[in-house]
Design a protein around this ligand. Structure first.
Ligand code: MD3
Ligand code: FE
Length: 207
């Protein structure tokens, strides 16, 4: 479903086996070489979402090769199969036209029941390639806004386990956030008994 130009929501895109495989990979990535952590923004506030990265390490508000704000370790590589999964997503949503999508980074976000993400733009990337988002386990309310400011107009969409969302073109720099994780929406078939996982693939434009 096209939510706005370039913003496409594909419910139930990941099969249950793929979700289970991604959950078990995320369990490994969340421990080493860099443990998942709540990033601290420059004002000193700790985010409620916990994040671990592959390829490049995101910290507010830059990308680095080593996790200087965690344990200093070099981040794990972005596996080729995850790049291919992102390519498949972009191809299915936008068709074969255009250049071949080659993300260099994955951000893995974990939300417990109380976690949320305020309205923001993703503009730490030096590149306007699409962002591919995969949601697993508990559902959330995802708020998709406009490119002008963090307020209205916006559209609230429920993202469920297995959903794909691609944000490219005119939507790439839209404000967005996650106002809440939906209580009682656990999806044990995913292999994650509680909480929500979101994996985003990006091209940082770093080199
Ligand atoms: C729209 N994550 O990590 S994914 C983030 O569910 C982030 O964890 C949310 O926002 C999450 O930065 C939302 C959907 C998403 C990701 C990137 C976008 C939507 C986007 C970039 C531009 C526009
Ligand atoms: Fe974002």
């Amino acid at each position: 479903m096209v939510v706005a130009p370039g913003a496409v929501h594909v419910p139930d895109w990941l099969g249950v086996d793929q979700q289970r495989m991604l959950v078990s990979e995320c369990r490994r990535w969340a421990t080493a070489p860099v443990p998942m952590r709540s990033a601290v923004v420059p004002g000193g506030h700790k985010m409620s979402v916990q994040t671990v990265c592959l390829g490049w390490h995101w910290q507010p508000y830059k990308y680095t090769r080593t996790a200087d704000d965690v344990n200093g370790a070099a981040v794990a590589a972005l596996p080729e199969w995850l790049i291919e999964l992102g390519r498949k997503a972009v191809r299915e949503v936008y068709g074969d036209s255009g250049e071949i999508y080659t993300p260099d980074t994955a951000l893995i976000n974990f939300y417990d029941d109380g976690a949320r993400m305020g309205m923001h733009q993703d503009k730490d990337e030096r590149c306007d390639a699409p962002v591919v988002s995969l949601s697993i386990a508990q559902s959330c309310v995802f708020r998709f806004g406009n490119t002008e400011n963090r307020n209205k107009p916006y559209t609230d969409i429920e993202l469920q386990s297995g959903d794909l969302f691609v944000f490219g073109g005119a939507s790439r720099f839209a404000y967005h956030g996650v106002p809440k994780v939906i209580a009682g929406s656990a999806y044990p078939d995913s292999g994650l008994m509680s909480g929500r996982l979101n994996i985003t693939l990006r091209d940082t434009g770093m080199r």
